[in-house]
Design a protein around this ligand. Structure first.
Ligand SMILES: Nc1nc2c(ncn2[C@@H]2O[C@H](COP(=O)(O)OP(=O)(O)OP(=O)(O)O)[C@@H](O)[C@H]2O)c(=O)[nH]1
Length: 338
């Protein structure tokens, strides 16, 4: 930066500076008189990271790139003629680590921290303007934060849902199932509590390779979407449908006994059989059926063991002719334990 003059000798008017609006101009003029007015080239870095100071843009504009310690929480801000930067560093009495860059040839008024404090102390108008400015910045930062939170939530949802079917994905299941199982076991452990059985249903579309081979992979995708809709539309709000992998789906049924889960599986099996898969609105494709394996959490069982049990039931449903359900009776584990 190059020194042009002091403020008293420059042609700039105090009334044009936002921080001094409606403030006592005589007090401000007297205090600012000796402050340096500097010239900066476009692209020049004009911040001083060694001590706090106020920088007022008299002509041109600056970009403020936030302190790296704030991470990605704040974006770059443009400071126009009449506006200022560095107020917070003065109030905190800490060097400003944000980077100020001239966006075009600029003239800047530099005010050291001691003088900035004198301005605040001797001019109510400056103090009021500063408070307004900080309040505006806090509100703007809150808006930014809320936007980022929403965006974060959106991406979190995206990472937990399967893109094709909209059902929860494996990452979601790996996160949630252990907690559901812990809750179910905890519920069962309380002697006076209502038992909290947890049931799952493994579902596999029947002869889906054949469907893909006959009608094409795009129509296969459509059939998978239809199957997902059958599950989503038939479940209670507390139940969850997951795309376990490929053409294998899963339903989690908290607080659902074996008999209730078997009834749910039977209902899903029938709805699946009757669901219409459309290639387009004029051309329905052949119906898709699925096989269902039901298992209910047993004492001491963990997530992988529960899934293996439901998978075994599913395998039996396939072996018995498909388009049907099979329910694990819990005896295998009991026999193992004995
Ligand atoms: N269109 C489509 N097909 C998929 C997708 N994921 C898996 N598949 C297909 O699903 C088929 C599964 O075939 P298999 O495991 O042999 O089982 P199946 O033909 O359903 O036979 P059964 O399970 O014994 O009734 C394979 O052809 C996979 O390519 C998908 O996202 N879209």
């Amino acid at each position: 930066m190059k020194l042009l003059s002091n403020f008293a000798a420059s042609s700039h008017q105090i009334a044009d500076l936002h921080l001094f609006r409606d403030a006592d101009a005589r007090v401000a003029a007297a205090l600012l008189a000796a402050c340096p007015v500097m010239a900066a080239e476009a692209g020049e870095i004009v911040s001083d990271t060694s001590r706090p100071r106020l920088t007022i843009v008299l002509r041109g504009s600056l970009a403020v790139q936030p302190d790296a310690r704030d991470g990605a929480a704040a974006g770059s801000v443009k400071i126009m003629a009449g506006e200022s930067a560095g107020e917070q560093s003065v109030l905190d009495d800490e060097a400003d680590l944000s980077c100020l860059v001239a966006l075009e040839p600029c003239e800047l008024l530099l005010i050291g921290a001691d003088l900035a404090w004198r301005l605040i102390e001797e001019s109510d108008g400056v103090a009021r303007n500063l408070l307004r400015l900080l309040s505006f910045r806090v509100r703007a930062a809150n808006v930014q934060l809320r936007k980022r939170q929403k965006l974060g939530e959106f991406y979190r949802q995206l990472s937990m849902n399967d893109g094709l079917t909209g059902l929860y994905n494996r990452a979601w299941l790996d996160d949630v199932l252990p907690r559901m199982i812990a809750t179910a076991h905890a519920g069962n452990a309380l002697p006076s509590s209502v038992p909290a059985p947890l049931s799952i249903i493994m579902i596999d579309l029947d002869r889906f390779k054949q469907f893909n081979d006959r009608h094409g992979h795009v129509q296969g995708d459509q059939a998978l979407r239809t199957a997902a809709q059958v599950l989503s539309s038939a479940l209670r709000p507390t139940d969850c449908a997951v795309r376990y992998g490929g053409e294998e789906l899963m339903v989690l049924l908290p607080e659902t006994s074996r008999a209730e889960a078997a009834a749910v599986a039977q209902r899903l099996c029938e709805r699946m059989r009757h669901a219409v898969v459309f290639a387009d609105m004029r051309l329905p494709l052949p119906h898709v059926t699925a096989s269902f394996g039901v298992a209910t959490l047993l004492p001491g069982q963990d997530g992988p063991a529960l899934i293996v049990t439901a998978d075994a039931a599913l395998y039996r449903a396939k072996a018995a002719g498909r388009d049907r359900i099979d329910v694990d009776d819990g005896r295998a584990l009991a026999a193992q334990a004995a």
